[in-house]
Design a protein. Structure first.
Length: 201
């Protein structure tokens, strides 16, 4: 194969990869917007005394009946969307970057961060470094925020491997194709346990 042909093939690969990346970003953007809108509705409607305490349970059942087999809209998932909206609705900084990171990363930040400043820190880090859910979890577990704030010489985040960078482009699910299927079958990533989320439920 000639060098000229190799170059031509490489250009096609670049076009495909760029388009795939753009498509994934768009799907993630729409998914986050949907969770935000659902959370807003649940937050506002659940305040109505006439709906009672079973409102979200009934909503989950209704959604399951309307969209058989849909994932992520059980009672727990709906409470997460409600919490997501309520925590960030008055946070101007966060609302401008909400759609730039994955739902997996949002869940990790919500469940692990103790303060607004810490949430802002990890959200900014995710946007800047394109972290996968696994890499973000590793940085949080290592106490990177606390170490950063205590350090006189501001630490750089631990380097991420090429493999993890590739995974991040798939919006933290480890495989691009299933995520694209969200267009017809929304999927919320696996549960990230946290006392905050459990308490809210």
């Amino acid at each position: 194969m000639s060098d000229e042909m190799k170059l031509s093939f490489s250009r096609v690969t670049d076009i495909i990869e760029t388009s795939k990346s753009n498509a994934l970003k768009k799907v993630n953007e729409e998914m986050i917007k949907m969770y935000w809108a659902v959370g807003e509705l649940l937050s506002n409607e659940s305040k109505a005394a006439s709906f009672g305490d079973s409102y979200i349970d009934s909503m989950s059942e209704y959604i399951q009946n309307q969209f058989p087999g849909i994932k992520g809209f059980n009672r727990r998932g709906l409470y997460r969307m409600k919490q997501f909206y309520e925590i960030y609705k008055d946070d101007e900084f966060v609302t401008t970057v909400l759609t730039q990171i994955s739902w997996s990363n949002h869940l990790a930040i919500l469940s692990k961060s103790k303060t607004i400043e810490e949430r802002h820190f990890y959200i900014t880090l995710c946007v800047k470094e394109s972290y996968s859910a696994r890499e973000l979890q590793r940085q949080i577990d290592s106490g990177y925020y606390e170490r950063y704030m205590l350090s006189k010489e501001k630490l750089l985040p631990e380097p991420i491997s090429n493999k993890l960078q590739i995974l991040s482009h798939c919006c933290s699910v480890g495989n691009c194709e299933p995520f694209i299927l969200f267009v017809t079958q929304p999927v919320i990533p696996p549960v990230l346990e946290s006392s905050n989320l459990e308490t809210s439920i």
